[in-house]
Design a protein around this ligand. Structure first.
Ligand code: PMP
Length: 353
Protein backbone atom coordinates (compact mmCIF):
# COMPACT_ATOMS: atom_id res chain seq x y z
CA UNK A 1 0.00 0.00 0.00
CA UNK A 2 1.20 3.49 -0.81
CA UNK A 3 -0.54 5.80 1.60
CA UNK A 4 0.79 8.98 0.02
CA UNK A 5 -1.68 11.34 -1.59
CA UNK A 6 -1.31 12.25 -5.25
CA UNK A 7 -0.03 15.61 -4.07
CA UNK A 8 2.63 14.09 -1.82
CA UNK A 9 3.72 11.70 -4.56
CA UNK A 10 3.81 14.30 -7.30
CA UNK A 11 5.38 17.33 -5.65
CA UNK A 12 9.07 18.20 -6.02
CA UNK A 13 9.96 19.62 -2.60
CA UNK A 14 12.49 22.37 -1.92
CA UNK A 15 16.05 21.22 -1.25
CA UNK A 16 17.68 23.08 1.62
CA UNK A 17 21.45 23.59 1.74
CA UNK A 18 23.54 20.84 3.33
CA UNK A 19 23.74 20.85 7.12
CA UNK A 20 26.56 18.33 7.42
CA UNK A 21 27.87 17.33 10.83
CA UNK A 22 30.46 14.74 9.72
CA UNK A 23 33.39 17.08 10.26
CA UNK A 24 34.06 20.71 11.06
CA UNK A 25 33.54 22.79 7.94
CA UNK A 26 34.08 26.40 7.15
CA UNK A 27 30.38 26.65 6.45
CA UNK A 28 29.64 29.18 3.72
CA UNK A 29 26.65 27.46 2.11
CA UNK A 30 23.39 28.61 3.71
CA UNK A 31 23.80 32.37 4.15
CA UNK A 32 23.90 32.21 7.92
CA UNK A 33 25.43 35.12 9.79
CA UNK A 34 29.04 34.31 10.74
CA UNK A 35 28.69 36.27 13.99
CA UNK A 36 26.66 35.20 17.02
CA UNK A 37 23.36 36.87 17.90
CA UNK A 38 23.37 39.86 20.25
CA UNK A 39 24.39 39.10 23.86
CA UNK A 40 20.91 40.35 24.78
CA UNK A 41 19.52 37.27 23.02
CA UNK A 42 21.48 34.96 25.30
CA UNK A 43 20.33 36.96 28.34
CA UNK A 44 16.70 36.70 27.22
CA UNK A 45 17.11 32.95 26.77
CA UNK A 46 18.50 32.54 30.28
CA UNK A 47 15.53 34.48 31.70
CA UNK A 48 12.89 32.17 30.18
CA UNK A 49 10.94 30.46 32.95
CA UNK A 50 9.15 27.13 32.98
CA UNK A 51 5.87 28.98 33.30
CA UNK A 52 6.38 30.58 29.88
CA UNK A 53 6.88 27.10 28.39
CA UNK A 54 3.99 25.48 30.27
CA UNK A 55 1.50 27.82 28.63
CA UNK A 56 0.71 28.27 24.95
CA UNK A 57 2.35 31.37 23.49
CA UNK A 58 0.46 34.41 22.20
CA UNK A 59 -1.39 33.26 19.06
CA UNK A 60 -0.68 36.60 17.34
CA UNK A 61 2.90 36.96 18.68
CA UNK A 62 1.61 40.29 20.01
CA UNK A 63 4.68 41.26 22.01
CA UNK A 64 6.95 40.64 19.03
CA UNK A 65 4.58 42.35 16.59
CA UNK A 66 4.68 45.47 18.77
CA UNK A 67 8.49 45.40 18.91
CA UNK A 68 8.78 44.90 15.13
CA UNK A 69 6.24 47.67 14.53
CA UNK A 70 8.27 50.07 16.65
CA UNK A 71 11.52 49.16 14.92
CA UNK A 72 10.02 49.37 11.43
CA UNK A 73 8.03 52.56 12.08
CA UNK A 74 4.62 50.99 11.42
CA UNK A 75 1.65 49.93 13.58
CA UNK A 76 1.25 46.42 15.06
CA UNK A 77 -1.72 45.77 12.74
CA UNK A 78 0.72 46.12 9.83
CA UNK A 79 2.81 43.18 11.07
CA UNK A 80 2.42 39.40 10.83
CA UNK A 81 4.92 36.93 12.33
CA UNK A 82 5.61 33.34 11.36
CA UNK A 83 7.93 30.38 11.88
CA UNK A 84 10.68 31.69 9.60
CA UNK A 85 9.99 33.87 6.59
CA UNK A 86 9.54 30.62 4.67
CA UNK A 87 6.29 30.08 6.55
CA UNK A 88 5.18 33.68 5.99
CA UNK A 89 5.86 33.27 2.27
CA UNK A 90 4.09 29.89 2.23
CA UNK A 91 0.95 31.36 3.80
CA UNK A 92 0.99 34.30 1.40
CA UNK A 93 0.38 32.04 -1.62
CA UNK A 94 -3.08 30.76 -0.61
CA UNK A 95 -3.86 34.08 1.10
CA UNK A 96 -3.56 36.12 -2.09
CA UNK A 97 -3.70 33.80 -5.10
CA UNK A 98 -6.17 31.35 -6.59
CA UNK A 99 -5.73 28.19 -8.59
CA UNK A 100 -7.67 29.57 -11.55
CA UNK A 101 -6.90 32.52 -13.80
CA UNK A 102 -3.64 34.42 -13.87
CA UNK A 103 -1.32 33.42 -11.03
CA UNK A 104 2.04 34.57 -9.77
CA UNK A 105 5.07 35.83 -11.63
CA UNK A 106 8.70 35.55 -10.59
CA UNK A 107 12.16 35.33 -12.12
CA UNK A 108 13.61 32.06 -13.43
CA UNK A 109 16.59 32.51 -11.15
CA UNK A 110 15.41 33.50 -7.71
CA UNK A 111 14.53 31.86 -4.41
CA UNK A 112 13.51 28.38 -5.57
CA UNK A 113 10.91 27.96 -2.82
CA UNK A 114 8.47 30.22 -4.74
CA UNK A 115 8.04 27.54 -7.37
CA UNK A 116 7.49 24.87 -4.72
CA UNK A 117 4.84 26.94 -2.92
CA UNK A 118 3.03 27.72 -6.18
CA UNK A 119 3.03 24.02 -7.10
CA UNK A 120 1.90 22.97 -3.63
CA UNK A 121 -1.04 25.39 -3.62
CA UNK A 122 -1.83 24.80 -7.30
CA UNK A 123 -1.27 28.41 -8.36
CA UNK A 124 -0.32 29.05 -12.01
CA UNK A 125 3.09 30.66 -12.59
CA UNK A 126 4.69 32.91 -15.18
CA UNK A 127 8.45 32.65 -15.02
CA UNK A 128 10.48 35.50 -16.50
CA UNK A 129 14.19 34.98 -17.30
CA UNK A 130 16.80 37.31 -15.80
CA UNK A 131 18.48 39.63 -18.29
CA UNK A 132 22.01 39.07 -19.61
CA UNK A 133 23.51 40.87 -16.59
CA UNK A 134 21.72 38.44 -14.24
CA UNK A 135 19.38 41.25 -13.15
CA UNK A 136 15.58 41.10 -12.87
CA UNK A 137 13.86 41.97 -16.14
CA UNK A 138 11.29 44.31 -14.60
CA UNK A 139 9.80 45.52 -17.92
CA UNK A 140 9.11 41.89 -18.93
CA UNK A 141 7.67 41.16 -15.50
CA UNK A 142 5.42 44.21 -15.70
CA UNK A 143 4.04 42.91 -19.02
CA UNK A 144 3.35 39.43 -17.61
CA UNK A 145 -0.23 38.24 -17.32
CA UNK A 146 -0.42 37.63 -13.58
CA UNK A 147 -2.12 38.69 -10.35
CA UNK A 148 1.07 39.34 -8.44
CA UNK A 149 4.81 39.05 -8.07
CA UNK A 150 7.42 37.51 -5.78
CA UNK A 151 10.61 39.54 -5.90
CA UNK A 152 13.58 38.62 -3.74
CA UNK A 153 15.50 41.86 -3.23
CA UNK A 154 18.45 41.45 -3.05
CA UNK A 155 17.88 38.47 -5.30
CA UNK A 156 19.15 35.00 -4.47
CA UNK A 157 21.45 33.46 -5.47
CA UNK A 158 22.80 36.37 -7.56
CA UNK A 159 22.98 38.89 -4.69
CA UNK A 160 21.94 41.70 -7.06
CA UNK A 161 19.80 44.43 -5.47
CA UNK A 162 17.22 46.78 -6.97
CA UNK A 163 17.14 50.29 -5.49
CA UNK A 164 14.07 51.65 -3.72
CA UNK A 165 13.22 54.17 -6.46
CA UNK A 166 13.19 51.53 -9.19
CA UNK A 167 11.09 49.24 -7.02
CA UNK A 168 8.67 52.05 -6.23
CA UNK A 169 8.21 52.86 -9.91
CA UNK A 170 7.48 49.18 -10.54
CA UNK A 171 4.94 48.92 -7.69
CA UNK A 172 3.22 52.14 -8.78
CA UNK A 173 2.96 50.80 -12.34
CA UNK A 174 1.07 47.64 -11.31
CA UNK A 175 -1.60 48.95 -8.87
CA UNK A 176 -3.92 46.01 -9.55
CA UNK A 177 -1.25 43.41 -8.76
CA UNK A 178 0.26 42.41 -5.43
CA UNK A 179 4.02 42.77 -5.09
CA UNK A 180 5.56 40.56 -2.42
CA UNK A 181 9.08 41.88 -1.75
CA UNK A 182 11.15 39.18 -0.07
CA UNK A 183 13.73 41.21 1.86
CA UNK A 184 15.51 38.32 3.59
CA UNK A 185 18.87 39.96 2.77
CA UNK A 186 17.80 43.61 2.71
CA UNK A 187 19.63 44.67 5.86
CA UNK A 188 22.90 44.17 3.94
CA UNK A 189 21.64 46.63 1.28
CA UNK A 190 19.61 49.22 3.20
CA UNK A 191 16.92 49.99 0.62
CA UNK A 192 13.94 48.39 2.34
CA UNK A 193 10.48 49.05 0.96
CA UNK A 194 8.84 48.94 4.40
CA UNK A 195 8.24 52.75 4.41
CA UNK A 196 6.36 52.37 1.11
CA UNK A 197 3.84 49.93 2.62
CA UNK A 198 2.02 53.02 3.97
CA UNK A 199 1.63 54.40 0.46
CA UNK A 200 0.93 51.23 -1.55
CA UNK A 201 -1.81 48.78 -0.61
CA UNK A 202 -0.40 46.34 -3.18
CA UNK A 203 2.95 45.91 -1.41
CA UNK A 204 3.79 43.24 1.15
CA UNK A 205 7.35 43.17 2.52
CA UNK A 206 8.65 39.92 4.04
CA UNK A 207 11.69 39.91 6.33
CA UNK A 208 13.50 37.45 8.57
CA UNK A 209 15.52 37.18 11.77
CA UNK A 210 17.62 34.42 10.19
CA UNK A 211 20.26 36.48 8.40
CA UNK A 212 21.18 39.92 9.74
CA UNK A 213 20.02 39.04 13.28
CA UNK A 214 21.92 35.72 13.25
CA UNK A 215 18.88 33.74 14.39
CA UNK A 216 18.40 31.13 11.65
CA UNK A 217 18.08 28.43 14.31
CA UNK A 218 15.24 30.29 16.02
CA UNK A 219 12.90 30.25 12.99
CA UNK A 220 11.16 33.59 12.93
CA UNK A 221 10.16 35.89 10.10
CA UNK A 222 7.56 38.58 9.48
CA UNK A 223 5.57 40.51 6.93
CA UNK A 224 4.76 44.23 6.85
CA UNK A 225 1.83 45.57 4.85
CA UNK A 226 -1.63 47.08 4.85
CA UNK A 227 -4.00 45.62 7.50
CA UNK A 228 -6.11 43.95 4.78
CA UNK A 229 -3.06 41.95 3.65
CA UNK A 230 -2.04 41.11 7.21
CA UNK A 231 -5.57 39.84 7.86
CA UNK A 232 -5.24 37.48 4.89
CA UNK A 233 -2.09 35.99 6.41
CA UNK A 234 -3.80 35.57 9.80
CA UNK A 235 -6.69 33.76 8.12
CA UNK A 236 -4.29 31.29 6.52
CA UNK A 237 -2.19 30.86 9.68
CA UNK A 238 -5.28 29.87 11.61
CA UNK A 239 -5.97 27.16 9.05
CA UNK A 240 -2.55 25.55 9.66
CA UNK A 241 -1.11 26.41 13.06
CA UNK A 242 -2.45 28.80 15.69
CA UNK A 243 0.95 29.29 17.36
CA UNK A 244 3.72 29.46 14.76
CA UNK A 245 5.90 31.74 16.92
CA UNK A 246 6.77 29.97 20.16
CA UNK A 247 7.37 31.69 23.49
CA UNK A 248 11.15 31.35 23.22
CA UNK A 249 11.28 32.79 19.70
CA UNK A 250 9.13 35.72 20.73
CA UNK A 251 11.35 36.65 23.69
CA UNK A 252 14.57 36.12 21.75
CA UNK A 253 13.52 38.17 18.72
CA UNK A 254 12.31 41.04 20.92
CA UNK A 255 15.74 41.03 22.59
CA UNK A 256 17.51 40.99 19.22
CA UNK A 257 15.47 43.96 18.01
CA UNK A 258 16.35 45.92 21.14
CA UNK A 259 20.07 45.85 20.27
CA UNK A 260 20.11 48.04 17.16
CA UNK A 261 23.75 48.96 17.67
CA UNK A 262 24.94 45.33 17.71
CA UNK A 263 22.82 44.63 14.63
CA UNK A 264 24.27 47.58 12.72
CA UNK A 265 27.82 46.60 13.69
CA UNK A 266 27.55 42.98 12.55
CA UNK A 267 25.86 44.03 9.30
CA UNK A 268 28.71 46.48 8.67
CA UNK A 269 31.31 43.76 9.31
CA UNK A 270 29.62 41.38 6.87
CA UNK A 271 29.33 44.11 4.23
CA UNK A 272 33.00 45.06 4.53
CA UNK A 273 34.10 41.40 4.30
CA UNK A 274 31.77 40.91 1.32
CA UNK A 275 33.58 43.69 -0.55
CA UNK A 276 37.02 42.34 0.40
CA UNK A 277 36.18 38.76 -0.68
CA UNK A 278 34.62 39.98 -3.92
CA UNK A 279 37.81 41.92 -4.68
CA UNK A 280 39.90 38.78 -4.12
CA UNK A 281 37.60 36.65 -6.30
CA UNK A 282 37.75 39.22 -9.11
CA UNK A 283 41.56 39.18 -8.91
CA UNK A 284 41.42 35.39 -9.35
CA UNK A 285 39.43 35.80 -12.56
CA UNK A 286 35.97 35.01 -11.21
CA UNK A 287 32.89 36.72 -12.57
CA UNK A 288 31.08 38.08 -9.50
CA UNK A 289 28.04 40.34 -9.87
CA UNK A 290 28.03 43.20 -7.37
CA UNK A 291 26.30 41.78 -4.30
CA UNK A 292 24.00 43.60 -1.91
CA UNK A 293 23.45 40.52 0.24
CA UNK A 294 25.62 38.44 2.61
CA UNK A 295 26.78 36.12 -0.15
CA UNK A 296 28.57 36.23 -3.50
CA UNK A 297 27.64 34.52 -6.75
CA UNK A 298 30.93 33.53 -8.37
CA UNK A 299 31.84 31.66 -11.53
CA UNK A 300 35.05 31.20 -13.46
CA UNK A 301 35.54 30.19 -17.09
CA UNK A 302 36.93 26.67 -17.38
CA UNK A 303 35.75 25.54 -13.94
CA UNK A 304 32.20 24.40 -13.33
CA UNK A 305 30.38 25.32 -10.14
CA UNK A 306 30.35 21.65 -9.27
CA UNK A 307 34.13 21.33 -9.56
CA UNK A 308 34.74 24.36 -7.33
CA UNK A 309 32.11 23.14 -4.86
CA UNK A 310 33.53 19.58 -4.77
CA UNK A 311 37.16 20.65 -4.35
CA UNK A 312 36.28 23.17 -1.67
CA UNK A 313 34.26 20.52 0.16
CA UNK A 314 37.22 18.14 0.10
CA UNK A 315 39.25 20.94 1.65
CA UNK A 316 36.61 21.47 4.36
CA UNK A 317 34.88 24.54 2.92
CA UNK A 318 31.16 24.24 2.13
CA UNK A 319 29.60 26.45 -0.52
CA UNK A 320 26.43 25.94 -2.55
CA UNK A 321 25.95 25.09 -6.19
CA UNK A 322 22.96 24.09 -8.35
CA UNK A 323 23.11 21.70 -11.28
CA UNK A 324 20.78 23.81 -13.45
CA UNK A 325 21.28 25.90 -16.61
CA UNK A 326 23.05 29.25 -15.96
CA UNK A 327 23.56 28.34 -12.29
CA UNK A 328 25.87 25.41 -12.98
CA UNK A 329 28.69 27.77 -13.96
CA UNK A 330 28.56 29.42 -10.53
CA UNK A 331 28.80 28.81 -6.81
CA UNK A 332 27.09 30.80 -4.12
CA UNK A 333 29.47 31.67 -1.32
CA UNK A 334 28.21 33.04 1.99
CA UNK A 335 30.38 35.77 3.53
CA UNK A 336 32.05 34.38 6.65
CA UNK A 337 34.26 35.87 9.31
CA UNK A 338 37.58 37.32 8.19
CA UNK A 339 39.36 34.10 9.21
CA UNK A 340 36.84 31.88 7.40
CA UNK A 341 37.06 34.01 4.27
CA UNK A 342 40.86 33.75 4.38
CA UNK A 343 40.57 29.95 4.36
CA UNK A 344 38.20 30.16 1.39
CA UNK A 345 40.52 32.46 -0.57
CA UNK A 346 43.52 30.30 0.24
CA UNK A 347 41.79 27.11 -0.89
CA UNK A 348 40.54 28.75 -4.09
CA UNK A 349 44.12 29.80 -4.93
CA UNK A 350 45.19 26.16 -4.48
CA UNK A 351 42.32 24.84 -6.63
CA UNK A 352 43.14 27.27 -9.43
CA UNK A 353 46.91 26.75 -9.39
N1 PMP B 1 13.86 34.28 1.27
C1 PMP B 1 15.06 34.07 0.72
C2 PMP B 1 15.41 34.81 -0.53
C3 PMP B 1 15.97 33.18 1.32
O1 PMP B 1 17.16 32.95 0.75
C4 PMP B 1 15.61 32.51 2.51
C5 PMP B 1 16.58 31.57 3.19
N2 PMP B 1 16.65 30.31 2.65
C6 PMP B 1 14.33 32.74 3.02
C7 PMP B 1 13.49 33.64 2.39
C8 PMP B 1 13.81 32.01 4.22
O2 PMP B 1 14.48 32.29 5.38
P1 PMP B 1 13.88 31.93 6.79
O3 PMP B 1 12.78 30.92 6.61
O4 PMP B 1 15.04 31.38 7.54
O5 PMP B 1 13.37 33.21 7.35
Amino acid sequence: MNFLSKKARGILPYTAGEQLRDRTYVKLNTNENPYPPSPRVMEALSRIEGEALRRYPRPDAGMLRAAIAEREGVAPENVFCGNGSDEVLALSFPAFFDGDGAGVCFADITYSFYEVFAAFFGIPTTIVPLNAQFALDLPAMRAADCRGYYIANPNAPTGIGVGRDVMEAFIASVPEKLVVADEAYMDFFGESLVPLTKKYGNLLVVKTFSKSYALAGMRCGYAVGAPALIEGLFRMKDCFNSYPVDAVAEAVCVAALSDAEYHANTVALVVSERERVRGELLKMGFIVPESRANFLFAGRAGKSGKEIYTKLKEAGVLVRFWDKPVLRDFCRITVGTRAENDVLIDQLHKILS
